[in-house]
Design a protein around this ligand. Sequence first.
Ligand SMILES: [Zn+2]
Length: 418
Amino acid sequence: MFTRRNYTLGLALLAALAVSQRARAGDDATDLLSQSDVKAALDAVKADEPQIERDQIRLCQIPAPPFHEAARGQAVKTAFEQIGLSNVRLDRVGNVLGDRSAVAGRPHLVVAAHLDTVFPEGTNVHVSRDGATMKGPGIGDNCRGLAVLLATARALGRGRVQLRGSITFVADVGEEGLGDLRGMRELFGVTLKGQVDRFVSIDGGGLFLTTAGVGSHRYRATFTGPGGHSYAAFGTPNPIQAMGRAITRISQMPVPGRPKTTFSVGRVGGGTSINAIPSECWMEVDLRSSSASELAALTARFEQAVELGVRDENSRSTSAPGVKVKIELVGDRPAGRTPEDSIVVQTAERVSRALGFSVPENESSTDANVPMQMKIPAVTIGAGGGGAGQHTEGETFDTTDAWRGSQYALLLTIALAR
Ligand SMILES: [Zn+2]
């Protein structure tokens, strides 16, 4: 019989059960630390830090611009083979995969780190080191992630860690820039379609836990006009000036702080010569929000800013043909969120507590966006250490206590596949 009293009792019982389950799971993470195979693996990965940093530097010095990750992918493939992963392979888009177990046990966990950088071909990728600080484009984001990915696979072997589930390690393409998560789309849509139960991406330095995937719209706007001699054809509407007017308006767009909503004109190009009115120029613009409706509103404001920039420039001249603009969507990343009570979020929090630190939760645009949108339990974690200047050529990585990040990745991997 359902009475108010029974109901209250039931609730109390449920709450007690939830607490005890949480406590038990919390103990599980602490218990894991006392198990000899896990302890051996954690010790091994800590002792492995010099090798991790060597890998980090070595991989970083192999250029991996967007859409050109193959050389770095080959180096990771060789490393996967040397570690002894099975079925080491490349998929159609260049993701590098290696399995921890030949038997397809469940849960099937994927641990991934992206290969690509934001830096174009020709960037000087030399890494320098000054004491605890390493400096080079991509050294933290994501050469740290790649090195810790390798270290995790290596330590599981060294500790002879017993796992019920299977793990596929993936070094993936297309996370940054205009890659538009193409590695993840292929992985979840084709390569391992329907096979992935849990997903962890290791991305950059620091200790954090990303549980929400920020959505983004990326545009390329191309401005064209008749062009002409800078002196003789003066008065002809100028595509670069139109773009400049548009950029001024974009830079003044209002955005809310919460949900965090952002814009950036990231790349521009075009022009013919210093003494020519250009016939063409272009810009690439990144718009982001963790809210789909704010992203839609921002997108509308951006399109209006571009149209008004063109209108203003064309209004200077009534005779000549005006500047035209074409706006193309070149990137569309899905937004997604992994619930707080999801196994991967809960486990990541327990694991970090067991290791003696807590991880701040954040929202970001990462490889995990794709599984998050598919409702596959997914998080992105930091690979330890610190640093500054991500996505700049002066990026640094601070190796101080960086081993904590390797242990975080390793223990989370074990706990999710145990
Ligand atoms: Zn990254």
